[in-house]
Design a protein around this ligand. Sequence first.
Ligand SMILES: *Cc1c(COP(=O)(O)O)cnc(C)c1O
Length: 233
Amino acid sequence: MFSISENLRQVRSRLALACAAAHRGVDDVTLLAVSKTCPAEAVRAAHAAGQRAFGENYVQEALDKIAALADMRAGLEWHLIGPLQSNKTRVVAESFDWVHAVDRLKIAERLSSQRPQHLPALNICLQVNVSGEASKSGVAPAELPALAHAVAGLPRLRLRGLMSIPEPVEGLGAQRAPHRELHRWFDKLVQSGLALDTLSMGMSADLEAAVLEGANLVRVGTAIFGARARTGG
Ligand SMILES: *Cc1c(COP(=O)(O)O)cnc(C)c1O
């Protein structure tokens, strides 16, 4: 029977097995529950089952949900994981804790200048277009170092790391390849002096591959909340 708490229990046990296989501690990986298209009540149920971090793709839908759950705002961490247009940066800077899909300096500059002073710096991951990705979004690897250093210098942002959305493929070996590549770019940036701590990769279908390649934040929707009526992002 469909139950968010039972699904969460299963995802946590998948994560624990993957961490054991990777010789990593289970606390090393943060589970981000992707609640896009789900009602606020689903977030409430997941929170009651111990989940704290939630990911959303669509800005207006997310703002409605954040407002509906304002009574528990302090116990929730909201991550925008979908694409962000420049006309929406102000509401995002005012309402979210993290933004994962930044791939342009202009968006980062707007988020920094619009982040309210009473809030802590906004956590940022840069989306990288790793090899084999069909999507047009994400910064090209060749342009990543310059973008990362520029974003790291913005006063109201805290650059935390990198994220990617590889093409879905079957099989652990094929799933691992793009995650390994993102980890290599992450290491290069750390070697160049950036204090990054977040590798946001892996979803319902490939979280094991991502954990084996060093992911420390996995974004899981379907495996927690069930299949979505509306897809994409
Ligand atoms: C929807 C989405 C996810 C979750 O995908 P599932 O396959 O449902 O786990 C993760 N990351 C991003 C960027 C998404 O848009």
